[in-house]
Design a protein around this ligand. Structure first.
Ligand SMILES: Cc1cc2nc3c(=O)[nH]c(=O)nc-3n(C[C@H](O)[C@H](O)[C@H](O)COP(=O)(O)OP(=O)(O)OC[C@H]3O[C@@H](n4cnc5c(N)ncnc54)[C@H](O)[C@@H]3O)c2cc1C
Length: 472
């Protein structure tokens, strides 16, 4: 019997008729995302919604046998085309029914979740322990597992650092299950480094191309009662870098964000009616927190650094402060209103040192102008992540635009083509995530590592069914 012709019949036997379909209308709803100027819309041939890991395993084995491409999809919020099919006949594996919080362990400060668990769901449960997950500046409806598994998380709580995943469980196309870190040895999922290499790190950040992650254990962080928020205005990107350096070096701020006065500030503060355009060009948003005694000492030192920062302390309404606190620590329902600014946004997200921040911004304005993008569409956002070691920052070069303007799409593609190369020449630590068009100019620069990477994927997925075409 031909597997591809009878796929639906076989898969119905695994997940039930109501959870697998080739209905065109349903498939079409998975065919595009906000990145459609770069990744053209395409329908998956099937949408399959497994309820548990055993069903995932059986569906993957079936797909592997028929060499049918599989695209794992947790909550599908991703705005970068990562779950849009590239091949005809693909299976969209929608994991949103697997939405159990398997464990919250306040002693270990960990949470173990399935793919469909969102930040909103997790935060609601951890709050009672005075804990929170590391929270991205994304909608509350984003999958915790998919976000951390992409590894490129940045969030506004700079003090949390970068890596929040401890271990996970992944099903491979051949039906085998891999557990990483201490989870593999003892069933205790609480330590990243179990036996041998750090497979937790090795599998992630090339999303959906190795296998399907069915469970992930992540760190939780402390929620403090004592907090203070500051907003400080600057006229350029370079003046506040010394100030940011001091704050990070002395580990004073839980959260720091340098945003331009229009885009992200409006985004953070959302719908508040305010004359944002009258603010200094850049605004540094900062949150200080801590236990009694330590909080007051930190806050005092922050005050001293502010005096010598070269910036101007801005008096914002109380609700701005509250919203920034929520943005940083989770739970901001107004999160990501920025799309409303011009309807759509394009960004290049990258990691680089604080020392290059002003240069990244300069290049952003220059390239945008060269391809005909006006300066008032050009925005910027910087989020320091580690307090030391390379002065790691997340940098976002944003362009806000009207998505229905096809000619603007052309300008964005030109911008990308120039900018990827220029940024690589200037020097970056890495890209935020493997978006369309990023991998091609990058693999040429990583030497033999690219060959090893390809071979590694071949070992895990010899028939190349996993999110095919998204990387190589
Ligand atoms: C307005 C907005 C703002 C955002 N801001 C931020 C931000 O500040 N910081 C940040 O970190 N992110 C941000 N994001 C991105 C967002 O967090 C990502 O969309 C999210 O992390 C992943 O989306 P998702 O859960 O819907 O995953 P999906 O879109 O379902 O999947 C994303 C990728 O992971 C793969 N994948 C999904 N699940 C699995 C699985 N179980 N096993 C294997 N592979 C899988 C998919 O195949 C795909 O390649 C923002 C998004 C939006 C819409």
């Amino acid at each position: 019997m031909n597997m591809n012709q009878n796929f639906l019949k076989f898969v119905h036997a695994i997940v039930g008729e109501e959870n697998a379909t080739d209905d065109r209308a349903i498939c079409a709803s998975y065919s595009r995302d906000q990145h459609w100027h770069f990744v053209p819309a395409m329908n998956p041939a099937y949408v399959v919604r497994p309820a548990n890991k055993e069903e995932v395993r059986k569906v993957l084995m079936l797909a592997n046998e028929g060499k049918i491409p599989v695209i794992p999809y947790s909550t599908g919020i991703n705005v970068r085309g990562l779950t849009i099919p590239v091949h005809e006949g693909s299976i969209l594996l929608d994991l949103s029914r697997m939405n159990r919080i398997v464990e919250i362990n306040p002693e270990m400060k960990t949470a173990t979740v399935e793919p469909g668990v969102t930040f909103g769901m997790l935060l609601e449960k951890t709050r009672k322990y005075q804990l929170r997950p590391a929270f991205p500046d994304a909608p509350l409806t984003v999958s915790v597992l998919a976000n951390y598994y992409l590894r490129g998380i940045y969030q506004t709580a700079a003090a949390d650092g970068h890596d929040h995943t401890l271990s996970y469980e992944m099903v491979l196309p051949n039906g085998e299950t891999i557990k990483t870190g201490s989870r593999s040895l003892s069933g205790m999922p609480y330590f990243r480094y179990g036996v041998g290499p750090d497979f937790t790190g090795v599998f992630c950040a090339h999303p959906g191309t190795c296998g399907v992650v069915t469970e992930l254990t992540a760190k939780l962080y402390r929620l403090y009662d004592n907090r203070n928020v500051y907003f400080i205005g600057f006229d350029d990107v370079s003046t506040p870098t010394k100030f940011i350096y001091n704050l990070m070096h002395d580990e004073l701020a839980a959260s720091i964000r340098l945003v331009d006065n229009q885009s992200w500030l409006k985004g953070i503060c959302g719908t508040f009616d305010y004359r944002y355009e009258e603010l200094p060009k850049f605004v540094l948003c900062m949150l200080v927190e801590g236990v009694d005694g330590i909080f007051e000492a930190k806050d005092k030192l922050v005050g001293d650094y502010i005096k010598e920062s070269g910036g101007k302390v801005l008096e914002f309404p109380e609700e701005f402060k509250r919203t920034f606190e929520e943005e940083s620590l989770g739970g901001a329902e107004k999160s990501c209103m920025v799309f409303g600014l011009r309807g759509n946004y394009h960004c290049i997200g990258l990691y680089g040192p604080l020392t290059l921040a002003a240069k990244y911004y300069e290049l952003h304005e220059k390239t945008a102008l060269e391809v005909g993008i006006p300066t008032d569409h050009v925005h910027f956002y910087l989020d320091p992540i580690y307090s030391f070691h390379g002065q790691l920052c997340y940098v976002e070069l944003d362009i806000f635009y009207d998505g229905s303007d096809l000619r603007f799409g052309e300008k964005l593609r030109n911008y990308n083509e120039k900018q990827f190369k220029r940024l690589l020449d200037l020097g970056i630590y890495g890209w935020f995530r493997p978006y369309a068009g990023i991998i091609e100019p990058t693999v040429a620069r990583i030497g033999y590592l690219a060959e090893v990477w390809k071979k590694f994927l071949k070992v895990l997925d010899p028939n190349a069914i996993m999110n095919r075409g998204k990387l190589f």
